[in-house]
Design a protein around this ligand. Structure first.
Ligand code: HEC
Length: 253
């Protein structure tokens, strides 16, 4: 039954998304990492994604929005409805009061994550004209995907002796031109993890990347499970069709 093996191999190849996008943004390459969520059977590491949410909330959220995400999306990385309600309730979001005046109210699970700035202009004013992009789909918006984000976050270093950095710019090995307006957001011990995981720069970078990969595609696991079922069904149907063909043509040959 060699053809079955070939059909299965072809189907799996079609399923597998390109994992190691190494060449992107000109000369930059991003050393590939092992991600729980890559490959046709990948799932999000719940513990890592929850730690990543902590890193996002305590560090990145000061400058970056994830405006397409809802608080209720946190259910997909294992938080209970009660936990999500409490997280949302601690955040004040803009609303309109009974007199039609702008007001604030505690957020609900059905609200979008609150953004740190009212708009892009306000954000640019704070950063010398640079803009901290929305991180909702940053994993998909950059050719290097998760590997690019991880390496960027872990890629701060001392600039080479012959390099002059612009005002308010920082050296980074994995940013085009090696100068970025984002100060190194992570340093060892920047957050304290409840599960006792040591918060090294690499660990926090991995965790927040896992969280942002989830936020970029909360329905990924469902999509992949469906893909696997479709492929199994196609393999099964190929077998049935082949058996039928042999039976129908048995007397002719
Ligand atoms: C103090 C504010 C600040 C914090 C905190 C911060 N950033 Fe940034 N970030 C910026 C600014 C400003 C830029 C724009 C840099 C530029 O264009 O040179 C940026 C750019 C980025 C980019 C885009 C890089 C690209 O390829 O264009 C990503 C991704 C990013 N930040 C992720 C993060 C993550 C993840 C965290 C949390 C671990 C974080 N940032 C924390 C200010 C911040």
């Amino acid at each position: 039954m060699g053809f079955l093996r070939i059909a299965a191999a072809a189907a799996l190849l079609a399923l597998a998304t390109p994992v190691a996008a190494t060449a992107a943004e000109g000369e930059l390459t991003f050393p590939p990492q092992n991600w729980s969520f890559s490959g046709p059977f990948g799932t999000f590491d719940r513990a890592a994604a929850q730690r990543g949410f902590q890193v996002y909330s305590e560090v990145c959220a000061a400058c970056h929005s994830v405006k397409h995400a809802y608080y209720r999306d946190l259910g997909g990385i294992g938080l209970t409805h009660k936990e999500i309600e409490a997280i949302a309730a601690a955040v004040m979001v803009p609303s309109i009061d009974d007199d039609g005046q702008p007001a604030e109210r505690p957020a609900r699970p059905s609200d979008h994550f609150r953004a740190p700035y009212p708009n892009e202009t306000a954000a640019r004013a704070t950063f010398n004209g640079a803009y901290p992009p929305d991180l909702s789909v940053i994993i998909k918006a950059r050719a290097g995907g998760a590997d690019q984000l991880y390496n960027l976050l872990a890629g701060y270093a001392e600039p080479p002796a012959d390099m002059k950095l612009g005002d308010g710019m920082y050296y980074n090995k994995y940013f085009a031109g090696h100068q970025i307006a984002m100060p190194a957001p992570l340093s060892d011990g920047r957050v304290t993890y409840a599960d006792g995981t040591r918060a090294s720069v690499e660990q926090m970078a991995r965790d927040v990347t896992t969280f942002l990969a989830y936020i970029a595609e909360p329905e990924m696991e469902v999509r992949k499970r469906l893909g696997v079922k479709v492929v199994l069904f196609l393999i099964f149907m190929t077998g049935v069709t082949y058996a039928a063909k042999r039976k129908v043509w048995a007397d002719v040959h």
